[in-house]
Every structure is written in C-alpha cells, then in structure tokens.
Design a binder for this molecule. Structure first.
Ligand SMILES: Cc1ncc(COP(=O)(O)O)c(C=O)c1O
Length: 393
C-alpha cells in the first residue's frame, strides 16, 4: 500500500470517512479489494479520472461496515494539552489527554467504552447488566452510572483483591476496601456481591452465577466482560484517537489492564509512525494474548486490513509493583510530581504506575520526542480508606 498518490486522494476522503467512523487504513484496503483496476502498485499512481473518483468514493463508503450504535455519556473531546513543567523535567515534548475529565461519573476511560456497550445492551432489550471487578473498580462505578441513566439494573460480582494464581496474592499497600469507588457504588445503588479474594477465573464464575440468577428470575441479562474490554470497548478507543488534533505523536503512553484502551489505540495508529506503549498494571505477561483476541474482533468490526498479533503490543511490566490493586512507591512519587508540577491528580492503581513508567522510559531514552500521556482517570480511588502510606507516604 505504498502509493503516495492514492494516500493523498484517500486523505481528501478522510473527512467523509471520519463522519462515517471509518479509518483511512480501512478505506485503502477496501479500495484495493473493490477497485484493483484503479490501483497500480508498480508505478505508484492512483489511476482514475475525477468523474470516476466521485463514483468510487460513493461506492466505497457504501461498502464500509456500519458504525456501531452509541449512546451519549461523556463530554468529548476531552481536553488535550501540553505539560509545560513536566516537559522540561523529562526533556520530552509531553502532552496529556484528559480522560479523567470526561464529565461523566467522576471521569475515566470506561465512559467511552460504555457509550457503545450500553447501546448494544439496549438494542438487545436487556433489563440487567452484569459484570465483575475489584471492589474499587473504576469500571463498575461508571457502568453503574451508565445503567442508572438508561434505566438498567447494574449487578456486579467483586473481590477486594482479585489476583492471578500463578503470580500469587500480592502483599503490600492495598488501596483500601471502603470509600472511593465503593462509596460511589453504594450511592448508585449497584447490586454488588463481594466475594472472598481469589483468582480472577473464580471471579468470572461468580459473575456468571449472578447473571444466571437474574435470568432464572425472568430478566434479560447483558454480560459485560471485566473492564468493558470487548471489541466494542476497543472500538471506542479506536474512535477516541480521532480526538488527537495536536498530533502526530511519537509515542502514546497509557495504563493497560483489561486491554481495550491499548487495543483500540493500536488499531487506530496501525501502519503509522506513532507507537503505543502500554504500562501493565497486572503482572501477567499473557495479557497480550487477551489484547490480540479483543483486537481480532475489532479488526472484523472495522474491516481492518490486518490483525495485530500479540507480540506487537508494546507492554512494560516493570512498574506493576507488588501487583494489581496495590500502590507502589514509584507510583506515589510520580503522583506527587504530577500534582506538584502540573496540579493534576493521578490514581494509585493505574495512572500513577503509568506515569512512573513513562518517567523511567524517558530517563533511559527509550521514549523520546513528542509524547502523549493518556490520563485514563481512576481518581476516586485516591479517597479509598485503609490505605496507610498508599498515597501520602
Ligand atoms: C483508571 C484506569 N486506567 C486504566 C485502565 C486500564 O484500561 P483497560 O482495562 O482498557 O486496559 C483502567 C481499567 O480498569 C482504569 O480504571
């Protein structure tokens, strides 16, 4: 697809494509499949008269997959701005995408995913939405709020500290089991079922039992995977990339856990020089396989020309600390730096670790140039109780 003339023409079609939520990559792939006679790879020319071009455009866009329906929850685009002081500190041209400021239910990356997931639930005439997560889950909080807004019951299976059996249950500064998101979940009236701490697989089973209980009562249930990470969740982040009007960026750095944030961004920038660096907040290296799976579904949704394999997801595991849900010393330092240099708050489980890793990668020159830190929210967890030393020291 190395045809500059074709890219130039398709770039002009981009405004149209964006209105229809179509990526330029998908446009090119579709174009080549539909009109090989107008595409000459050998002499790199775009081979059609202007009359034909108009006809091609109409036909091409007509062939693109339908945009998934969405409900409106967040106030997008979220702010995008430069971090002047931290740029100086890190020797980067450092920017931030403020998904902590979505304007919905205390912010966070999940609002984007929920716009598509809730629309899907409503299309399927669901009455109850079930999911699972930790008791301080930012996703459950935002799901609860989205359900409230759309007349759905939200039910969740949770553990204070779900963990991966292979990695073992972490010990250290747990962020706390009350207040923070727990308090907000109570206010929202989520049907919350707390189970003893155990492996994630056990938690998924609890969520399925909960869904079945509602079905036994005759309710139509929509099951949402942990963190809203389905192809639809990833689609939301694929779309979010269109908000980066200040690009291009050399790097985008984001906290990564259930994966649809990083997967969506990876597809949005596939084939471009922008690199997506996920900072893992879970210790399990095999999460990249989950990301690939989510991505295969997204590729289908988008009609994307290729599927991104697991080994292409850039994931840094060096800032997980004691484990998922545990605050880290490095994260505390990063939180203080961001607050004291820029007046912006991070959360202890995700964004603090992501910034800590960004600072480390900048120091060792593994990331350079124009860098975007995607703030994925989570700030209510700052106010979780029982966290001596978790944030303050
Ligand atoms: C604040 C915050 N940041 C980042 C993430 C990770 O996003 P994802 O689950 O899409 O990988 C989460 C997920 O729970 C989160 O709550």
């Amino acid at each position: 697809m190395n045809n500059p003339a074709l890219w130039k023409h398709l770039f002009r079609m981009r405004a149209l494509a964006i209105r229809k939520d179509i990526s330029t990559n998908s446009l090119v792939a579709k174009f080549v499949a539909l009109f090989p006679e107008h595409y000459d790879d050998s002499d790199a020319t775009f081979n059609a008269s202007s009359r034909w071009r108009a006809a091609i455009r109409r036909k091409l866009v007509g062939h693109m997959p339908e945009t998934p329906p969405k409900v409106q929850l967040i106030l997008a685009p979220t702010p995008l701005h430069r971090l002047k002081n931290l740029s100086r500190e890190t020797h980067l041209d450092l920017w931030i995408k403020r998904d902590d400021l979505t304007g919905f239910a205390f912010g966070g990356n999940k609002g984007r995913k929920l716009e598509y997931l809730i629309a899907d639930a409503l299309n399927q005439n669901a009455e109850v939405v079930t999911t699972c997560g930790s008791s301080q889950s930012n996703f459950i909080r935002q799901l609860g709020a989205a359900c409230s807004k759309h007349g759905l019951v939200c039910a969740a299976a949770a553990m204070h500290l779900p963990y991966d059996n292979a990695a073992g249950k972490p010990t250290g500064k747990h962020i706390g089991n009350s207040n923070g998101n727990v308090l907000l979940d109570e206010i929202l009236g989520i049907d919350m079922h707390i189970h003893p701490d155990d492996d994630w697989e056990v938690l998924y089973t609890h969520a399925e039992v909960l869904a079945k209980e509602y079905e036994t009562k005759g309710k139509r249930v929509y099951r949402v995977p942990v963190g809203g990470s389905s192809p639809l969740g990833a689609y939301a982040f694929y779309q979010a990339a269109q908000e980066l009007t200040a690009g291009p960026f050399d790097w985008i750095v984001t906290a990564s856990s259930s994966g649809s944030t990083q997967t969506g961004l990876a597809y949005a920038f596939d084939g471009t020089p922008t690199k997506i660096q996920g900072i893992a907040c879970d210790p399990e290296p095999e999460i990249a396989n989950d990301f690939a799976e989510i991505g295969y579904g997204l590729a289908q949704l988008l009609n994307h020309p290729r599927q991104i394999p697991a080994n292409e997801y850039r994931l840094d595991f060096n800032s997980v600390g004691a484990g998922y849900g545990m605050a880290s010393e490095e994260g505390r330092e990063a939180t203080e730096l961001m607050a004291r240099q820029e007046g912006i708050f991070l959360d202890p489980v995700y964004t603090a670790k992501a910034l800590a890793a960004l600072l480390r990668l900048a120091k060792t020159k593994q990331i350079e140039g124009r860098v975007l830190f995607w703030h994925t929210g989570g700030t209510p967890a700052i106010f979780a109780d029982n966290q001596p030393n978790a944030i303050a020291g």
